[in-house]
Design a protein around this ligand. Structure first.
Ligand code: SD4
Length: 334
């Protein structure tokens, strides 16, 4: 039986429509409207922040050559993890005791399978360890030293995630003798502008029509040891639905994860909302709940339509980049 890209049988759908007509207008209108299927779309890769174009340049040739979206997302994010950026991967954002720890997640559209690591220590390619969680285990999230132990079992090498930059940042902060601001009162109803941004999120659609999403970060500066943010939480840091599209989030993860923004945005698109409107409605919900934070979301439907929204970050230009066969476009998020 023929199916469209949502997996809905066309024959069954057609029979349903004919059945509706036979019922007459009053009974027919009692049926909920079915959103029209979203077309398959052509390959793309979307990556957040200023390193988006560079990450897309790694992923695009793989996609163009027929590579899997899973390999593409992993490679694009590995590229950023190894850049030495202060907010992603090794060498940045020390916690309260000066250690850099990593959160990452990968999710595969066709199966809803996901793998994640939280508070991963001493292993640089966090997204690759997350992929091992997804592919080699029945678990979804492994954390802390046990995540490091798991990585070692999977053949990853341990090395320090501290760099001159992260050490210097911690020395300067520790010299002030302040405790971490994570013990401050909850940010609801207050201005909560944490310094820092840049979690990388990537979404790819491959030539076979499969979607994959991933994200990776070292989280929040001077966090309480053991803290895990939104990035490795399915529906918070990232989410994909093979029939609809995907979304990635960045910003104050301690607050953002309370709203499952990437799940929310994908569900809005499933209901027929356009990507830009879905991104805006998702961010608005956080602001409407009384939170004044820095945060953003980038969403893309499987047909390649995309959108983004942010709250806060008045002086920080949040952007994402989308690469297709037509080239790479950097999209500033207003
Ligand atoms: C976190 N959401 O761990 C991450 C940090 C981030 O832009 O995205 N900053 O809270």
């Amino acid at each position: 039986m023929a199916t469209d890209d949502t997996g809905i049988s066309r024959r069954a759908f057609g029979a349903g429509a004919a059945g509706l007509a036979a019922l007459g207008p009053a009974q027919a209108s009692a049926k909920p409207a079915k959103p029209s299927p979203i077309p398959t779309g052509k390959p793309f890769i979307l990556t957040t922040w200023d390193f988006g174009a560079g990450a897309n340049a790694i992923g695009w040739p793989m996609l163009a050559g027929g590579g899997s979206a899973l390999d593409v997302v992993e490679a694009a994010i590995n590229h950023v993890e190894l850049l030495g950026d202060y907010w992603v991967g090794a060498g940045g954002v020390p916690n309260e005791v000066g250690e850099t720890t990593l959160d990452a997640m990968i999710m595969w559209g066709p199966t809803h399978d996901a793998g994640a690591v939280g508070c991963l220590k001493r292993v640089k390619k966090a997204i690759s360890v997350a992929r091992k969680v997804m592919e080699e285990t029945q678990h979804s999230l492994i954390v802390g030293d046990d995540a490091t132990r798991f990585a070692a079992r999977m053949g990853f090498t341990e090395s320090s995630l501290t760099s001159v930059v992260s050490q210097q940042a911690w020395d300067n902060w520790a010299a002030k003798g302040e405790k971490t601001n994570a013990f401050d009162p909850e940010p609801i109803g207050k201005d909560s502008k944490l310094v820092g941004h840049d979690t990388v999120g990537s979404i790819a659609l491959d030539a076979a029509g499969n979607l994959c999403v991933g994200c990776s970060t070292n989280g929040r500066e001077f966090k309480i040891p053991g803290r895990v943010g939104d990035s490795p939480i399915v529906g918070a840091g990232a989410y994909v639905d093979q029939a609809v599209g995907a979304a990635v989030a960045t910003g104050n993860g301690d607050v953002m994860m309370r709203f499952l923004p990437t799940y929310h945005a994908v569900e809005l698109m499933r209901g027929g909302m356009a990507p830009q409107a879905a991104a805006e409605a998702t961010i608005k919900r956080i602001a409407d709940a009384g939170y004044s934070i820095d945060g953003g979301i980038a969403v893309i439907r499987r047909d390649g339509m995309h959108g983004g929204a942010k709250t806060g970050w008045a002086d920080t230009p949040f952007s994402y980049s989308v690469q297709t066969a037509a080239g790479n476009v950097k999209v500033p998020v207003a």
